[in-house]
Design a protein around this ligand. Structure first.
Ligand code: SF4
Length: 370
């Protein structure tokens, strides 16, 4: 079914609220650079309720993702899901694979109206996943949580980080995603933010091959496939002339997959700062001072990110910029300018003779995805 037509200059498809940066895990790629303890200046329950009320002003069925850290490190997570659901929001959650993710809590979240749970799997085996997540037992806890979600009738999304360390695991993870009966596989191409700075991204050439492989997976698999921070997947799909989950597709929860930071996507940090994305930590305001609706619609940063003709470098000269536009988060991470070129993209537009982005990728020795 085609996604509902939403004017992304007026509302995001996805509003992420980072409930907390607290988390028991110490994953190598963690954007939030998560800590064991909660920050004393986190939005309170009352402030969170007000944020959800504002989010409901975006319009019917606004999708809200409660993330972290581990959102279940807060004891008001179920209450907030219930409150958001009563406001007409579609509430989803991205918990960490820890012992706190018990069947009872998943049942309580389902009863509160949760629409989807997203779990991270970054290796096809316990050894590979646990090494990446920094915690023995995380893989088994994640699989147990997936089973509990299935029992509770909650649709499951699997999130995977692509970097030099994990790229060889993708075929095994893909089989896991299918075995778990997930509805969506969200494949995140590393942006060097937070602890992720110590990881090696894949090279642009390798990213191209992975995206072609994902296009094949999307064409065959019983689950949806979307990329995060890799909008050039849509360029790759368009160049192949296939219909394998391109930017116009829906991801099963009415969420259009062709969204980018600031254009269909917004992120509220644990202390209320509003970013275009968690991977683009440039604040456009704070919800303690201004409505998230006003910030999303009117802040200069958000408006510039919605204008493909404002892009610079080869992205600005690219015929795919309206369909792709490059990862604004990665451009920011490498250059400090969110409108610069995305250095992970191997494509060079015809007749473009300007500077190419610096490429400092040092991919490890990993096997090729099948
Ligand atoms: S050059 Fe930029 S806009 Fe063009 S395909 Fe690559 S990332 Fe996308």
């Amino acid at each position: 079914m085609a996604p509902p037509a939403i004017d992304t200059s007026r509302r995001p498809f996805v509003l992420v609220w980072e409930l907390t940066q607290a988390c028991e895990l110490a994953c190598k790629h963690c954007r939030a650079d998560a800590k064991p303890d909660r920050h004393p200046d986190e939005l309170t329950t009352a402030e969170g309720r007000r944020l959800l009320e504002e989010a409901s002003e975006f319009g019917d069925g606004q999708l809200v993702v409660l993330s972290g850290g581990d959102p279940l490190a807060r004891d008001d997570a179920v209450e907030l899901v219930e409150y958001g659901t009563a406001l007409g929001l579609r509430m989803t959650l991205t918990p960490s694979g820890t012992a706190s993710l018990t069947r009872d809590r998943i049942d309580a979240l389902a009863d509160a109206g949760l629409r989807r749970v997203a779990l991270s799997i970054d290796g096809g085996s316990a050894a590979a996943h646990d090494a990446f997540r920094g915690e023995d037992g995380s893989f088994e806890q994640t699989l147990a949580a997936a089973e509990a979600a299935r029992s509770a009738g909650l649709p499951l999304q699997v999130n995977t980080t692509v970097c030099a360390e994990t790229v060889g695991e993708l075929p095994a993870i893909r089989r896991r995603v299918e075995a778990l009966d997930a509805v969506l596989w969200s494949v995140f191409f590393l942006v060097p933010v937070g602890r992720g700075r110590v990881l090696d991204p894949v090279t642009p050439e390798r990213a191209e091959r992975v995206m072609e492989w994902l296009g094949n997976v999307a064409a065959d698999a019983p689950f949806g496939v979307k990329t995060t921070e890799a909008p050039h997947y849509r360029r790759v799909v368009a160049q192949r002339g296939s219909d394998a989950g391109d930017g116009a597709a829906s991801d099963g929860i009415g969420r259009r997959t062709g969204i980018t930071p600031g254009d269909g996507f917004a992120f509220v940090s644990h202390v209320g700062e509003v970013y275009p994305s968690g991977f683009l930590p440039q604040s456009a305001g704070n919800v303690r001072e201004r409505s998230v609706v006003d910030i999303y619609r009117d802040a200069d940063l958000f408006q510039s990110l919605r204008d493909p003709d404002a892009l610079r470098g080869k992205c600005g000269a690219c015929e795919f910029r309206h369909h792709c536009g490059g990862s604004r988060s990665r451009a920011f991470a490498y250059t400090g300018d969110p409108l610069e070129s995305d250095p992970l993209c191997a494509y060079v537009p015809d007749r473009y003779d300007g500077p190419l982005p610096e490429q400092s990728f040092t991919e490890g020795d990993v096997s090729t995805a099948d």
